[in-house]
Every structure is written in structure tokens, then in C-alpha cells.
Design a protein around this ligand. Structure first.
Ligand code: NAP
Length: 498
């Protein structure tokens, strides 16, 4: 596939390409251009014009464009789901879950855009410089940021594209997308459909190539007014440092090491099932997957035994009969029961090797391997680690992005909260207890952007202002946070009121 620069399908100016392969079976899927700095500059220059072209279209017409896009998305549904499934090496059911949310993120943000109505301040309420403000009309308005770079991670390429591109467009910005290099095809296809629906080619562009080069060129480009990035904390910090030099805003949705706290009063069967599901989805490659299982010592043995039984039952594999499986899965919007649905590979062999090394490191620090622990190519077997103590890296800042359940014991509520807060991350978390008051206490004291009582941390509703505390991010995303894609301007009509 090609980049989309100025509405044209574009090769890299030096003709270089990158292969995209299915990580589960190693099959070649396509190539993408490896953009040059010149290509990036062209996209940034176009975006300046594109932003004006886009905002010159009245909002109700822009809404019609998005509605047309939603229809096109539905027409191309099976094609998109198949490509996404193959480039991620996952089960088609997981892709369908992502697909099913994509349209409503776009339409939801268009609805939010209609409510970006600013404010009229009460005249004469405060003296101001001349003390004569009673006849001034003071308007507080929202303006687009300008050109927003949307940097998308590999783990949910369709949904996380939507959470970046939809708000940026809805608020009247031009957008340049930098998709993940391992699986960029879905994002290119969706961009093509948005252009076909009528988004001007200068207002939405996609440039491909490695983050450390293409992403960095974009972030450093002074023509870029804001960055919205989801990915690792390490890369996020680098972006924030660059943006700080020109005091330009960035929204960062970063890594996490979410605590799953099990209190002794809870139903242990339910807790084990929830813990298994909380880590199994997308082969553990979800930012808000529960990643540290902090269990009261009085029930840790029972919990671990039940968890291991469930984890051993998880099927790992891949079936390239994606179209056939899709027919069976379409219509199943209930993702609470994914029994019988295998988990696919990780995004690459490199990613699986990293998980392998992280597990080996944790074992070298004293953890005990109860099941799993093997890697084949890009596949990593679901793994439970017992005997994890609060001083081990995995109990603190080591985020494992794969199907691994480290189990850590505690004796008191204070200790559980201390372990949960002993991480530099603060994305999400959860506590399983029948005592709602205790649940509320833990929810309030754990330092995260979100907490779930009596359910896993894998919880995201489109309306929520989703985001992390501490090193898990900066800013929020959700249908209620469109202001983040705007800047405020005060306009005063001096003496207008007579
Ligand atoms: P990553 O390595 O940080 O990559 C994320 C994106 O940033 C990719 O498009 C990548 O491009 C690009 N990138 C890499 N280096 C860059 C640079 N120097 N400048 C600009 N862009 C650059 O993260 P990942 O491995 O894809 O994703 C996993 C991480 O994301 C995990 O830590 C996970 O917890 C986190 N995550 C957080 C959320 C959330 O909402 N908080 C959601 C999902 C994932 P390339 O692909 O070309 O390297």
C-alpha cells in the first residue's frame, strides 16, 4: 500500500519500502513506503492548507462526510477486518470487537463537536483593567490546534487510530497519521475511506516508516502544532521533551502495569475467571490489561490454583481461514464469553522474545514458573508466575506486554495499596471484593486514571475521559474531552452592550 500525501497515493521519494508480514505465519502481506524527511515536510506543508480547507466546510457538511465514511466502513467491513486480523496475527473475534467500536467513535466525536460552543461571560461581574466591563461582550471560543500528528501503536490499530483521528478532525484540525510499522495496513485503508467520503486530502494524510525516524521528524517539525500519541512511556517522554521546547501540546496515552487486587471476601472462582480474561485478550497486548495480580495471602493458593487451571485451558494458535471464521463471529458483540477463541501471536517475534526475556528475568529474581514459559516464533504461551514479591521489577515498573500473570501476595489492605502504588505507572486497576466500602477506599487510594471495583481493569467506555496518571500519560481521550484538541481564545466586543 502507499502513503496518502495531499490526497495522492504516494511512494517514498527515494523509493524505499518496508515489508509487512503476518506475524503468526510469516506470510508476506504487502509493502509500505519508508518515508523520507522530504515526504514528511511535504505532508506538513499540505496540512497547513488542509486545515483551512477542512474548517471552511460547515460542521453539518463535515458531519455528512463522516456519515458517508461510516457507510463506506460498513461496505468494506470484511476486507478491513481480514487485513487487520492478518497483519496483527490475532483471532478475528478480537478484530471484530475493535471494528464494532470504530464508527461510533467517529460519529460520537462529531456530536461532541456540535457542543463545542464556548461561553458568553456575564458582563460586569469583575472590574478588569478599566473597571467598565458592564457593557463588554466577552466570548470564550474554541479554536482548532492546527496540524495534529496522530501516532498510533500496534496493539489496537483501528480503535486507537479512531481515538486520535476522530477528535482531531471533529475539532477542525488537519491530521497527519503515523501508523505502527508492524501493522500499518488497516490504518491506511481507513484513511483511504475517509478521503473517499470527502475529507480533503490535505486535511488527512498518512505517512509511513519507522517511529524513530519518521515519527521523530514529524514531532520535531515546527509546522506541527500538537501530537496525540499512544504507545510506550519511553517514547512518550521523548515526544514530550521535544514538544516542550516549543510549548506545543501533546496528549500521551502510555504504558501501564495495572494492579488486579483480590480481597479475601470475594468469590475466588469469579476472581480467577476475571483475572484470566483480563490478561488473555489480544494476547495480553492491551494497555489496561491487568498485569500484576495482588492477592490476599489467605486465598492466594486457592486463587493461583484456579487461575492456572483456566490459563492452561487457553488455546494459542492462528487460523488463516479468516473469512470463514469471520462469518461465525460476526454478530457476536458480547465479548464477555470468548471461551473457545484462541489467542494469536504477539505482534512480532521481537516482541515475543522481549516477553521471554522479561519472564526469565523475573524467574532469576526468584519467581516460580507454574505454567507456560515457552516461545515459538511470535507466539508466547500463557504463563503464570507465583512467588512474586513486591521488590521484584515485575511488581513495580516492568510492564510485560504479553500473556503473563505474575501473582504477588499481601496481608493487609494498606500493603495491597502500597504494592499497587509502588509502580511509576498509573493507568488503570481493579479490586475484587464484596465490600463496596472497601472497594471504594481502594479505588480512591490507588493512584491511577481509572479503577474498577468488582471487575477487571480492562474497562473503557467511549464517554469516559480515559487517561493515565503518573508515567502512564498526559491528557485524556473520550467523547467528553474534545476541548483537548482545541485552544481557547477570548474575544471581547468592547462597549458592544451600550
Ligand atoms: P511504541 O514503541 O512507543 O510505539 C508507538 C508508536 O510510536 C508507533 O507508531 C511507533 O512507530 C511510534 N514511535 C516509536 N518511536 C518514536 C519516536 N521516537 N518518535 C515518534 N514516534 C515514535 O509502543 P508500542 O510498542 O507500539 O505499544 C505498546 C505500548 O503502548 C505499551 O507500553 C502499552 O501499554 C502502550 N499503550 C498505551 C495505551 C493507552 O491508552 N495508555 C494504549 C495502547 C498501548 P513504529 O511502529 O514505527 O516503531
Amino acid at each position: 500500500m502507499k502513503m496518502l500525501i495531499g490526497g495522492q497515493k504516494t511512494d517514498s521519494s527515494d523509493g524505499r519500502t518496508i515489508d509487512v508480514i503476518n506475524p503468526a505465519n510469516g506470510k508476506f502481506l504487502d509493502t509500505i513506503p519508508m518515508a523520507t524527511e522530504e515526504d514528511v515536510q511535504r505532508a506538513v506543508d499540505n496540512a497547513k492548507k488542509g486545515q483551512k480547507e477542512w474548517t471552511a466546510i460547515p460542521l453539518m457538511e463535515r458531519e455528512k462526510i463522516i456519515q458517508r465514511f461510516v457507510r463506506l466502513l460498513e461496505e468494506h467491513k470484511k476486507e478491513i477486518i481480514a487485513v487487520c486480523t492478518r497483519e496483527c496475527g490475532k483471532h478475528v473475534g478480537t478484530t471484530i470487537f475493535e471494528y464494532n467500536q470504530t464508527a461510533s467513535v467517529f460519529t460520537g466525536y462529531m456530536e461532541s463537536a456540535k457542543r463545542l460552543d464556548g461561553q458568553l461571560l456575564v458582563p460586569g461581574s469583575e472590574p478588569g483593567h478599566d473597571g467598565r466591563t458592564a457593557s463588554d461582550m466577552i466570548m470564550v471560543t474554541h479554536e482548532p490546534l492546527g496540524t495534529v500528528v496522530a501516532i498510533v501503536p500496534f496493539n489496537a490499530p483501528m480503535l486507537l487510530y479512531s481515538y486520535k483521528v476522530a477528535p482531531a478532525l471533529a475539532a477542525g484540525n488537519a491530521v497527519i497519521v503515523k501508523p505502527p510499522t508492524d501493522n500499518p495496513l488497516t490504518d491506511i485503508m481507513i484513511t483511504e475511506l475517509l478521503l473517499e467520503a470527502g475529507v480533503p486530502g490535505n486535511a488527512l494524510q498518512i505517512v509511513t516508516g519507522s517511529g524513530s525516524k519518521v515519527g521523530d521528524w514529524l514531532v520535531k517539525n515546527p509546522g506541527v502544532d500538537a501530537v496525540s500519541m499512544t504507545g510506550s512511556t519511553q517514547v512518550g517522554i521523548g515526544i514530550a521533551e521535544i514538544m516542550a521546547k516549543r510549548l506545543a501540546p501533546c496528549t500521551l496515552e502510555l504504558g501501564g502495569n495495572d494492579a488486579f487486587i483480590v480481597m479475601p471476601d470475594t468469590d475466588i472462582d469469579k476472581a480467577a475467571a476475571s483475572a484470566c480474561g483480563a490478561r488473555k485478550g489480544n494476547s495480553g497486548q492491551i494497555c489496561i490489561s491487568s498485569k500484576r495480580f495482588i492477592v490476599h495471602n489467605s486465598v492466594i493458593e486457592e486463587f493461583t490454583e484456579k487461575l492456572v487451571k483456566l490459563v492452561r485451558e487457553i488455546e494459542v494458535g492462528y487460523d488463516d481461514n479468516v473469512e470463514e471464521m469471520m462469518e461465525k463471529c460476526l454478530g457476536n458483540t458480547d465479548r464477555t464469553n470468548t471461551k473457545g477463541e484462541f489467542i494469536g501471536s504477539l505482534i512480532s517475534e521481537r516482541a515475543a522474545k522481549e516477553v521471554e526475556a522479561q519472564v526469565a528475568h523475573t524467574i532469576s529474581q526468584g519467581a516460580k514458573l507454574l505454567c507456560g514459559g515457552q516461545r515459538t516464533g511470535a507466539f508466547y504461551m500463557p504463563t503464570v508466575l507465583a512467588g512474586v514479591t513486591k521488590d521484584m521489577d515485575v511488581a513495580k515498573d516492568l510492564e510485560i506486554f504479553g500473556p503473563v500473570w505474575p501473582v504477588i501476595g499481601f496481608d493487609t489492605v494498606e500493603e495491597a495499596i502500597e504494592i499497587a502504588n509502588g509502580s511509576r505507572y498509573g493507568l488503570s486497576g481493579c479490586v475484587m471484593t464484596d465490600d463496596w466500602k472497601l472497594g471504594m477506599r481502594v479505588a480512591r487510594e490507588v493512584q491511577t486514571g481509572g479503577m474498577v471495583v468488582n471487575g477487571s481493569s480492562v474497562y473503557r467506555n467511549q464517554m469516559q475521559p480515559f487517561g493515565g496518571q503518573k508515567m502512564s500519560g498526559m491528557g485524556n481521550e473520550g467523547l467528553t474531552t474534545l476541548e483537548e484538541m482545541t485552544k481557547i481564545k477570548n474575544i471581547v466586543l468592547k462597549g458592544f452592550l451600550g
